[in-house]
Design a protein around this ligand. Structure first.
Ligand code: B12
Length: 284
């Protein structure tokens, strides 16, 4: 796998990664880190991940596994101690131009299935490698399912508990007369991007331990229950027209090219992929 595109920019994180490795091997010898305070490396790792990923069109948000496990039903719980820290990554609208297109330019289109997912896998692989590899960091992507088809991570709940984006769920919106009875999927809205973003997955630092990770509340961008219900209904019944994404005034949205890409069924994206490569191969 050619990781050079991502790795060039991320390589300077390595000194800290070796610090994490030292701490992790200490903890193995001791039978696990049990200090009550947050391990210093996690704060530093988080700051580094934020500053490395922001120019690539991502946001990083930290959370503890316990915050997530406290609210999901038992089958969805993550199998780590509650004070295990994790970093959730979401892609902002600019990810497409800043990370995906440069990735695409290095690929052999003939053999490329699910290009955006592949791009995320490579990026997360580099991040994991730079922070001590699979011994220290577990990666969970939004699209990963257990053999019984259950998602490995409910990324919307993770976004909510990390403070990245508020999750509006039918069950938490006060009932109104016109509420439909049908079950609806919840919708996360981001304070800057509304619905113009995607939650890509998380890195779980399984050998670190944090009791005092600062907790950031998700920003409730739609205060009125009627507005919340309207946004959730738009997401469930009219998601193709993208109105749910504009449930609030947004600072940025997907480019015309990105919208065209995602609105094209995945099996028919060949021509648009070739168009992107033609357009950008002389620019980047
Ligand atoms: C399965 C899935 C689908 C299925 C939906 C099947 C169904 N109707 O349920 C299909 C393939 C149809 C689908 C389609 C789409 N999806 Co979809 N999908 C998912 C996926 C993989 C899992 C969702 C899921 O099964 N959840 C399981 C249920 C049980 O979870 P839940 O209802 O949230 O319940 C939990 C919470 O309530 C929590 N909880 C309990 N109490 C409390 C209290 C609080 C305060 C909180 C916060 C939580 C909480 O515990 C519960 C579990 O125990 C997620 C990615 C992921 N890994 O999470 C994306 C995701 C939900 N999809 C997303 C999108 C955008 C779409 C599409 C628009 C994509 C597209 N362009 O094609 C379409 C259209 C959606 C629609 N309206 O129909 C986005 C939503 C982004 C957002 N802003 O919220 C996600 C998050 C993907 C992503 N990476 O960003 N999707």
């Amino acid at each position: 796998m050619d990781l050079s595109y991502f790795h060039d920019g991320l390589r300077n994180m390595c000194p800290l990664a070796s610090k994490v490795r030292e701490d992790a091997s200490d903890s193995c010898a001791d039978g696990g880190i049990t200090s009550g305070k947050c391990d210093a490396p996690f704060h530093e790792i988080f700051q580094r991940v934020c500053s490395e990923m922001e120019p690539r069109g991502f946001e990083a948000h930290s959370f503890l596994v316990g915050w997530y496990n406290d609210i999901v039903d038992e089958p969805f719980r993550l199998n780590y101690p509650p004070n295990t820290p994790a970093i959730l990554l979401l892609s902002a609208p600019s990810m497409f131009e800043k990370t995906f297109i440069p990735f695409l330019l290095k690929q052999d289109l003939e053999n490329l299935q699910d290009p955006v997912d592949r791009c995320m896998v490579e990026l997360f692989t580099v991040l994991r490698h730079d922070w001590g590899g699979a011994e220290n960091v577990n990666v969970v992507h939004d699209f990963e399912l257990h053999p019984n088809r259950r998602p490995k991570l409910l990324v919307q709940t993770a976004a909510h508990v990390s403070g990245a984006a508020f999750l509006y769920q039918r069950k938490n919106i006060p009932p109104s007369d016109h509420s439909p009875k049908r079950k609806m999927m919840g919708l996360c809205l981001h304070p800057k991007y509304g619905g113009w973003f995607a939650i890509r997955g998380c890195l779980i630092f399984k050998n670190l331990n944090c009791d005092d990770l600062p907790r950031k509340e998700a920003h409730n961008v739609l205060v009125e229950p009627a507005d919340q219900l309207n946004a959730v209904e738009l997401f469930n019944y009219h998601w193709r027209d993208c109105r749910f994404r504009d449930a609030i005034d947004v600072q940025a949205k997907y480019s015309e090219l990105q919208q065209r890409y995602f609105n094209t069924p995945s099996g028919q994206r060949g021509p648009i992929l070739r168009e992107i490569i033609e357009k950008y191969s002389n620019i980047i």
